[in-house]
Design a protein around this ligand. Structure first.
Ligand code: PEP
Length: 238
C-alpha cells in the first residue's frame, strides 16, 4: 500500500499572518505524522513557508507552473523557480485553471514535464463536470484527460488527483461508490506505483471514509486546508 499524502491547496487565499496556521499545524503533527503532508500556498508565501517548515515533516508546493524554464512570460512562475524556493511538488491542471485560463490537457502535460525536469513531483488534476457526469461520461472524460495530461514517460514520481469539478468548493462530495469506481479505473490505467488522490469538499468529518477506500492514496484539500485544526482533522483520519 502506498503511503497516504494529504495535500492542501490554499488557492488565492492567505496573507503573511496566515503562516500562523502553519506554525500551529507543525505543533499538531509532531515529527512522525500518519501521512505525508503538503501545503501549496500562494506563490508569494512559498519561500517563507518553506523556511518555516524546514525542520518539520510538512512539504510545500506550488499551485501551478509555466511549461517553459524561463523567458518572456510576464507574470508566470517556472517549475525551476518553485524548486529554487524549496518546493517539492506542484499542482498542474487544476479544474479552476482548466476553466479560468483555458488550459488544455496538452498544456497540462507540458507543465507536468516541466515540473519533472525541474525535479518537482507534479500533481496532475483530472475530473468531470456535472454535465458530463449526468451524461454518463465521467469515466471516459477522466480516462481521456489522463491519457492526454500525463508526461510522455510516466514515472512513479507523478501523482494524479481525481477531482470531480462539481464537488470542488461546493460542499458536495462524490459518493464512496463513485470515488471507488473512478479510482479503480485510474489504477487500471496507470498502474500500482502512482498515488491517486481524491479531491472535492474533503473535511475532517468525511475524510476517514474517503481515505480508507481502495485505491485512494490521499486527498487534495482546498477549503479545509486553510485552518490548522481542520487540516489536522483530515490528517488524523488518514
Ligand atoms: C481543490 O481545490 O482542489 C479542492 C478539492 O477544493 P475543496 O476541498 O474546497 O473542495
Amino acid at each position: 500500500m502506498l503511503r497516504k499524502l494529504i495535500a492542501g491547496n490554499w488557492k488565492m487565499n492567505g496573507l503573511r499572518h496566515s503562516l500562523d496556521e502553519v506554525s500551529s499545524l507543525i505543533q499538531k503533527v509532531g515529527k512522525d505524522p500518519k501521512a505525508d503532508i503538503l501545503i501549496c500556498p500562494p506563490a508569494l508565501l512559498l519561500m517563507e513557508m518553506a523556511r518555516q517548515t524546514k525542520d518539520s515533516p510538512i512539504m510545500v508546493g506550488g499551485q501551478d507552473c509555466h511549461w517553459r524554464e524561463c523567458g518572456a512570460h510576464t507574470g508566470e512562475i517556472s517549475a525551476q523557480m518553485l524548486a529554487d524556493a524549496e518546493a517539492s511538488h506542484v499542482i498542474v491542471g487544476h479544474s479552476e485553471r482548466r476553466a479560468d485560463c483555458g488550459e488544455s490537457s496538452k498544456i497540462v502535460k507540458d507543465k507536468a514535464e516541466a515540473a519533472l525536469a525541474a525535479g518537482l513531483v507534479p500533481i496532475i488534476c483530472v475530473g468531470e463536470t456535472l454535465e458530463q457526469r449526468e451524461a454518463g461520461e465521467a469515466a471516459s472524460v477522466v480516462r481521456e484527460q489522463v491519457e492526454q495530461s500525463l508526461p510522455a514517460h510516466p514515472k512513479s514520481e507523478i501523482i494524479i488527483a481525481y477531482e470531480p469539478v462539481w464537488a470542488i468548493g461546493t460542499g458536495k462530495v462524490a459518493s464512496a461508490g463513485d470515488i471507488a469506481e473512478i479510482h479503480a479505473l485510474l489504477r487500471e490505467q496507470v498502474g500500482a506505483a502512482i498515488r491517486l488522490l481524491y479531491g472535492g469538499s474533503v473535511k475532517p468529518g468525511n475524510a476517514a471514509e474517503i481515505l480508507h477506500l481502495d485505491n485512494v492514496d490521499g486527498a487534495l484539500v482546498g477549503g479545509a486546508s486553510l485552518r490548522a485544526e481542520d487540516f489536522y482533522g483530515i490528517i488524523k483520519n488518514s
